[in-house]
Design a protein. Structure first.
Length: 192
């Protein structure tokens, strides 16, 4: 296995410090809140279709495992504390215990895993980014579907929590897989 590579955020902003960490995590929380606003509730599911999975996985890839997971935990904290950052501007602790709670916690896992893989250079080309995003997405959906099973009968679980979301997830993975290597290519031109 490769040793740790720098993440995209470390390449763009190489200096460290508390202010840098706070700004990056704060920006990630803001980006997740914007992704949550791009949402609608389908008639067949209590789980909204949002851009949040895209946001969580992209943040993990950009910031790395620890910062990515910290960003997602900060996002959850912001929502629980009453800031309207969840889908449809919702907030409060009930969102973590409702039908979508498992997906919200899955953001932390997905961001961490994609960040871990990015720290090993998986964010440099389309194929490896897509593979990292797919792994992260599966790990994000796993607690989501497991928790949703408390609200949806098992016969309807796939239809309510997985199947209809697959085309959107594929599109999000393709977009993220194009963005990251392109970002690295642009960055390398400026550095040379």
């Amino acid at each position: 296995m490769r040793t740790r590579a720098i993440t995209f955020s470390e390449a763009v902003i190489p200096r460290t410090g508390v202010l840098r960490e706070v700004v990056m995590i704060g920006a990630a929380v803001g980006f997740m809140a914007a992704c949550a606003r791009m949402s609608f509730y389908p008639s067949w599911s209590p789980v909204p279709v949002t851009a949040q999975t895209f946001g969580a996985l992209l943040i993990g890839a950009l910031l790395g495992s620890k910062r990515g997971a910290a960003s997602m935990l900060s996002y959850l904290g912001a929502g629980v504390s009453g800031l309207p950052v969840f889908a449809h501007g919702l907030s409060g602790p009930a969102e973590l215990t409702g039908p979508t709670g498992g997906y919200l916690f899955g953001f932390v896992i997905g961001a961490y895993v994609v960040g871990f893989l990015a720290e090993r250079g998986w964010d440099r080309n389309f194929i490896t980014v897509a593979a990292a995003m797919l792994v992260g997405d599966v790990l994000l959906f796993t607690p989501g579907v497991a928790w949703l099973s408390h609200y949806v009968p098992s016969a309807h679980l796939y239809a309510a929590g997985v199947g209809p979301f697959i085309p959107g997830e594929i599109a999000k993975i393709v977009i993220a897989s194009a963005i990251l290597p392109s970002g690295w290519a642009v960055l390398s031109r400026f550095q040379n």
